[in-house]
Design a protein around this ligand. Structure first.
Ligand SMILES: *Cc1c(COP(=O)(O)O)cnc(C)c1O
Length: 211
C-alpha cells in the first residue's frame, strides 16, 4: 500500500465503504483518522463500533430525510449536491444548535447521471447566498469527481476548472480551505491541479466486492 499518510500537502480520506470493521481498524492503527462512507446506515453503524476520534466524511448522495441522523456525527459532508439538501442541513443544524461543515459538490464531469451543482450554479450560490442565509453552515470548499475515462486531458480539464472556481471562492470566503478531488485512479492528476483532499478507497483497502 502506498503511504498516503505522511505528507503535509494534502489530507487523505480513506474511503471505507463496503469494508469491515476489522479492515477499517487495521488502517486506523496505521494512524489514519479520516474515513469516508457513501451510505448513511453504514456510516452510523461503523461510527458506533469504531474509535470515537475518527473523522467521518459523508461522500455519497444524501437524502434529506437522513440529514438529522448524520449531522451530529459527521465531520464533513462532502456531497452537498442540491439547494433542497442545503436548506435541510441548515434547518436541522439550527435545531441541534451546531455548525455543520460542508463541501459543495460540483458536477465537473457534466454527466447528467451524476449528482452535483452545475459549475455556474455553484458559483452564484456561493457568492450570493451562503454567507447571509445559512448561519449554521460552514462552507469549507468544493468536491468533484472527474469522468471515468482513460483520456487524461479530459480529466485534467475538469480538475483545472474546479480548481479555478476554488481559487476564486477562497478569496471571497474565509472559511474555504478544502478542495476535495482525486480518487485511486486519478489522485496524482488531482494533486497536480490543486487538490488538497483526496478520497482513496481501493488503493488503501484493495478492490471492493459488491455482493
Ligand atoms: C468510492 C468513492 C471514492 C473512492 O474510490 P476509489 O476509486 O476506490 O479510490 C471516492 N469518492 C467517492 C465519492 C466515492 O464514492
Amino acid at each position: 500500500m502506498e503511504n498516503f499518510l505522511k505528507n503535509n500537502n494534502y489530507k487523505c480520506v480513506a474511503v471505507s465503504k463496503t469494508k469491515t470493521i476489522n479492515e477499517i481498524n487495521n488502517i486506523y492503527k496505521l494512524g489514519h483518522r479520516d474515513f469516508g462512507e457513501n451510505k448513511v446506515q453504514e456510516l452510523l453503524k461503523k461510527q458506533k463500533e469504531l474509535p470515537q476520534d475518527i473523522n467521518w466524511h459523508m461522500i455519497g448522495h444524501l437524502q434529506t430525510n437522513k440529514v438529522k441522523k448524520i449531522l451530529p456525527i459527521s465531520y464533513l459532508i462532502q456531497s452537498v449536491d442540491s439547494l433542497k439538501l442545503l436548506n435541510v442541513i441548515q434547518k436541522e443544524s439550527k435545531k441541534l444548535n451546531i455548525i455543520s461543515n460542508i463541501l459543495i459538490q460540483v458536477n465537473i464531469s457534466e454527466e447528467i447521471s451524476k449528482y452535483g451543482f452545475q459549475y455556474d450554479e455553484a458559483d452564484s450560490l456561493i457568492t450570493k447566498n451562503l454567507k447571509k442565509k445559512y448561519k449554521n453552515i460552514k462552507l469549507r470548499g468544493l468536491m468533484g469527481m472527474a469522468s471515468f475515462t482513460d483520456d487524461e486531458n479530459i480529466i485534467k480539464n475538469q480538475f483545472n476548472k474546479l480548481n479555478n472556481l476554488y481559487i476564486q471562492k477562497k478569496d471571497e470566503i474565509d472559511s474555504i480551505n478544502t478542495l476535495s478531488m482525486g480518487m485511486s485512479n486519478d489522485y496524482k492528476l488531482a494533486l497536480e491541479h490543486g487538490s488538497n483532499m483526496i478520497r482513496i478507497g481501493s488503493k488503501i483497502f484493495g478492490e471492493r466486492n459488491y455482493h
